[in-house]
Design a protein around this ligand. Structure first.
Ligand code: DX5
Ligand code: ZN
Length: 231
């Protein structure tokens, strides 16, 4: 495996939306690397969240990369609005996009990192034909729609399998994981091969406070990377 960089991506889904600027500022100064934004339409998932205007407002208050996770049907209809709103990374669900190859090329042509999200029940084979157009895979480790759910244990095997095929084929594709990740299972997730770690409730609902939760996760990630380089 090449030199690994682990990034922590707090998901603001579990933040206090009336105080988003303050919440984001806290995780940013604690060392968060990316801000993860969960976009839900009430169709692809049974919940509704934010759209481009909120993303554009968030763009003004942070210099961190914005990572939009679109849990919506017909994502192509909205992608340009999210690009205009200032996202840097964007993922669409493989289950929701009929012409995903075209979508991914469009993202890259617009300077946005192209991501594909995949649900726990979808086999990895659904990704086989699109790796050359993908910058990152967002592997869901819960069924999308809500924060605060429990990590699905079989996800570890799925992360390992994805890592193996990426390494085998030498694709320059990173693995992002999302759902139920906290300081208790972070080490396992990293060992399995994840590199970008989304965490919502473990950060914004933490009793220690969001800043401390980010520092703790960054610390675990740094130790883990050092250990992997020793072996
Ligand atoms: C779930 C979202 C996640 C969510 C994660 O559908 O995609 O990004 O915010 O929240 P936690 O970390 O609480 O599982
Ligand atoms: Zn997400």
């Amino acid at each position: 495996m090449n030199k690994r960089i682990v990034e922590i991506a707090p998901s603001v889904l579990s933040a206090d939306f009336a105080n988003l600027a303050r919440e984001i500022e806290q995780v940013e100064s604690a060392g968060a690397d990316v801000i993860h934004l969960d976009v839900m339409d009430g169709h692809f998932v049974p919940n509704i969240t934010i759209g481009p205007p909120v993303v554009a407002s968030i763009r003004k208050i942070t210099s961190l990369p914005l990572d939009a996770h679109l849990m919506i049907e017909n994502p192509d209809r909205y992608i340009d609005s999210f690009i205009r709103a200032g996202v840097n990374w964007l993922s669409v669900h493989v289950e929701a996009d009929t012409h995903i190859n075209r979508t991914l090329q469009h993202l890259r042509a617009n300077g946005v990192r192209a991501g594909v999200a995949i649900n726990p029940g979808t086999p990895l084979g659904a990704l086989d034909e699109i790796f050359p157009w993908v910058d990152f895979i967002l592997l869901m480790t819960v069924n999308p729609g809500f924060g605060g759910q429990k990590f699905i244990p079989s996800s570890l095997r799925k992360i390992r399998h994805l890592r193996d095929s990426i390494v085998l084929n030498r694709y320059p594709v990173r693995i992002e994981v999302d759902g139920g990740i906290d300081s208790g299972n972070l080490k396992d997730v990293l060992t399995a091969g994840a590199e970008i770690i989304v965490a919502g409730s473990a950060i914004f609902s933490s009793e220690k406070g969001a800043s401390e939760a980010v520092r703790e996760m960054k610390g675990i990630a740094e130790r883990q990377i050092k250990n992997q380089h020793l072996v």
